[in-house]
Design a protein around this ligand. Structure first.
Ligand SMILES: Cc1ncc(COP(=O)(O)O)c(C=O)c1O
Length: 389
């Protein structure tokens, strides 16, 4: 009898959750005291997160989206902001919630992040800030971008939604932007169900963010600014504390899975994401760009063939933000009368990208299975192409 081949259903993503008994042990005291929010566990989580990131302040929030809205609000900006189109909707929505116009810029063809040249090329005197995301855990060139922002005297907001588990120039993320905002939602390496974390090195900014997170009112219930209820609960914070203890091993595992993917897919015409030099990606996602001409089929056809074989994939980020009508009509680019925004790298990547399953429990034989199936899809499309010639 041959070796039994595993055919358990593959997931696209799956959080690494801490031991529930440990979480409950931590949570029970607060529960028994009736402290389900704004308590000691949240305080402890924020302290531990700041210590992990080696930063003076870390404010937990209900999500990265609410954190971005609050961070931009605290900076009190107006006008236009430079932002890549190759990102998630929240990056742009946070600008719109603050009445800021997105000016979409292109991204690097293999890093998928925005570079200093992309920002330089689109800078105008109306630009009041730069907002840059980590892409699938890959940091943008933050030292260069920070220098650019310092020269222009504008703040740098980092959408660090994918950054827990990454490293930047040998350090933990969170300390290079004027303000950085993480996500701890279910697809992230540090998962609290829903949630986020805001970091900054500036004490006054940090105090203002705490005020805004609390409806914008002070301890005397006097409203001082436009705020939100942006808090997370004590239970989520307990999950976060236990999750922090797992973060390093989770990040290491993802890196080894990404390496295995690269090894087993290297014979196919794919672009792998280049990671920023001296940095490490969390591999929140493992993405490949199909070289369309050589595959002879579209990304969506390849994804459908993989889905039929039980392999779930996702097309992050598609459609790109500058192609979405809702954003286009709000963009500073259309308001200044420029018709159509040409972002060739973003468009190519967005059309041809495919994110493959990656999570802590993914096994080497699962990666073989994905690689074998992708090879089969590629060969089949080639043979059909030959037949049609
Ligand atoms: C780049 C980016 N920014 C922001 C968010 C929003 O995060 P959250 O779901 O915590 O609001 C996401 C979500 O995955 C994201 O990918």
């Amino acid at each position: 009898m041959g070796k039994k081949i595993s055919r358990s259903p593959l997931r696209f993503t799956r959080p690494l959750l801490p031991d529930l008994d440990k979480v409950m042990k931590r949570f029970r005291l607060s529960w028994d005291m009736g402290m389900v929010t704004k308590g000691k566990i949240t305080e402890e989580y924020e302290k531990r997160a700041a210590a992990y990131l080696n930063l003076p302040y870390a404010a937990s929030v209900s999500s990265c989206t609410s954190g971005l809205i609050l961070a931009l609000r605290a900076l009190n900006l107006e006008g236009d902001c430079l932002v890549p189109s190759f990102t998630f909707t929240s990056t742009i929505q946070a600008l719109l919630w603050n009445n800021l116009n997105p000016i979409f810029v292109d991204c690097h063809p293999s890093k998928f992040t925005v570079g200093r040249e992309d920002l330089e090329a689109s800078f105008t005197p109306r630009i009041s800030a730069v907002v840059v995301p980590y892409v699938f855990g890959n940091p943008p060139p933050l030292l260069e971008i920070r220098q650019f922002c310092q020269k222009k005297k504008i703040p740098l907001i980092v959408d660090a939604a994918h950054a827990f588990g990454s490293s930047v120039y040998g350090k933990k993320p969170g300390g290079l932007g004027t303000v950085e905002v993480f996500s701890t939602s279910a697809t992230k390496l540090l998962c609290t169900g829903e949630g986020g974390m805001i970091t900054t090195r500036h004490s006054r900014l940090s105090e203002l963010i705490l005020l805004l997170r609390e409806y914008g009112h002070n301890a005397q219930y006097e409203t001082q600014n436009l705020g939100l209820n942006g808090r997370m609960t004590e239970f989520q914070a307990a999950v976060g504390i236990e999750g922090l203890a797992l973060l390093e091993k989770h990040a290491q595992k993802r890196k080894s899975l990404a390496k295995l993917y690269q090894k087993h897919l290297s014979h196919l015409p794919l672009i792998f994401q280049d990671i920023e030099p001296d940095c490490e990606s969390s591999y929140k996602d493992f993405a490949v760009v199909l070289q369309q001409k050589e595959w002879g089929i579209t990304r969506d056809q390849a994804a459908a063939a993989l889905a039929r074989a039980g392999i779930p994939t996702r097309r992050y980020f598609f459609p790109p933000m500058h192609k979405q009508h809702f954003f286009l009509k709000k963009s500073g680019q259309s308001q200044t009368g420029r018709t159509g925004i040409l972002l060739p790298h973003t468009e190519k990547i967005s059309d041809q990208i495919l994110c493959l399953p990656i999570y802590y429990d993914l096994r080497e034989d699962d990666i073989h299975r994905v690689a074998d199936e992708m090879t089969r899809v590629f060969k089949k499309s080639k043979s059909m192409l030959k037949g049609s010639l």
